[in-house]
Ligand binder design. Sequence first.
Ligand code: 5U1
Length: 389
Amino acid sequence: MNRTAAVVERIEALRNEINYHSRQYYVFDEPVIPDTEYDRLFRELQNLEAEFPQFIIADSPTQRVGDTPLAGFNEVTHSLPMLSLDNAFEEDEMGEFERRIRDRLKLDGGEKISYLAEPKLDGLAVSLRYEQGRLVLGATRGDGSRGEDVTSNVRTINAVPLKLQGNDWPPVLEVRGEVFMPREGFEALNKHARELGEKSFVNPRNAAAGSLRQLDPRLTAKRPLSFYTYGFGEVAPAPIASTQSESIYRLRHWGLPISPLQEVVTGIQECINYYLQIVQQRDTLPYDIDGVVFKVDDLNRQQQLGFISRAPRWAIAYKFPAQEEMTQVESIEFQVGRTGAITPVARLNPVFVGGVTVSNATLHNMDEVMRKDVRPGETGGGCGSYPVN
Ligand code: 5U1
C-alpha cells in the first residue's frame, strides 16, 4: 500500500474510532477510554488532516467548529410545526388528561393506556434534520412554524452526531430535542465570567439560549452544551416503529442521545409514581428539569388523538410547582473573590423555596443590580436554588 492509501485508511479508522468513543460517552454514558486517550486520537486526526487537507470532509469530528462568524441567522420554515405541550400542575389534571384520551379513543374501563415518560429538561427546543444520515440543518423553535438556522452552532455540540451511525435510518430524519447546559458546566462558565469581571448568566437555561444564539460558532463551541432527543419532525419514509418508545430507542442506535430516565408506564397511577420518583431525584440530576412529560406510546393512538391548536392531545407536561417566592432584601453586600472580583450579594429575609431556606442571593454584578433595580428594604421574587442560594 502506498503512503497516500495508508493515510486515507488511517484517517477513516480514526474518524470511526473517535465517533465510536463519542457515542459511548454521550449516548450510552459508558466511556471506554480516558479523556487523554480520546484527545490523543483527536490530535492525530487533526495532524493528518492538516498535512492532507484534500481528505477533509464536512462531517469529520474535527470539523465541528466553523471559523466564519455569521452576519445574522437565516429564518427557516419547519417542515412540520414544532409543537408545544399542554401543562398539568395537579394530580387531578393528570386524571382529566387521561379521561379526555379515554373518551376520544372510546376505550372501555378495563383497557389501560401506556405512556412514554421522561423528565422535561429546562433548555431550548431545537430541530435537527438529517438527510442521507448527515446533519443538514439545526433550527430553533421560534414561533413553532418558523425558527432560526443555528446549524453552525449545533454542529459544535459534541452530543449531536454530524453523521448517523449504521445505514438503516430513513433518508429524511428530523428529530426534535432539547439543548441544555449541565449545572456543573454552568457553574464553571459563570465562575470564569465573574473572574474576568464579565456578565454572568442567571440560570443554565438562559446560558444555553445565549450560547446557541452566538453569531460566532467558535464562542458556542466553548460553552458546555449538551443535547437529548425527545421527538420527531418530518420522517420519510415513516413510521420507523409502531410506538413512541421503540421509535426513540431506534434513534439511540443511530447515535442520537436520549434521556436515560425514559420509562414506559401504564395507567395514570404509574404516571403519578414516575412523577414522584423524578421529584425525588431532581436535585441529584446533573441538569435542571421543570417537570415530567408523558406521551401516549402507541403511534396509531397518537394519530387518532391528533392536536388542538399547537399542542398534541396525546402528550402532557406535569410541571413541578414553581420554585419562586417573594421576600425582602435586607441589605446588599459585596463579596471579594480570591481573584479580587467583586460580587454583589443580597441578604434576604429567609424564605423557604424549592425545598431549602434561602437567605442570600447572588446579584452577579453591578449591571444586574441596576437592571433589576434591587434595593434594600424592597420585596421581590426569585427562583429556587438557582441562582438564589
Ligand atoms: N422531554 C420532553 N420535552 N418535550 C418538550 N418531551 C417533549 N416533547 C415535546 C416538547 C415541546 O413536544 C412533543 C409534542 C414532541
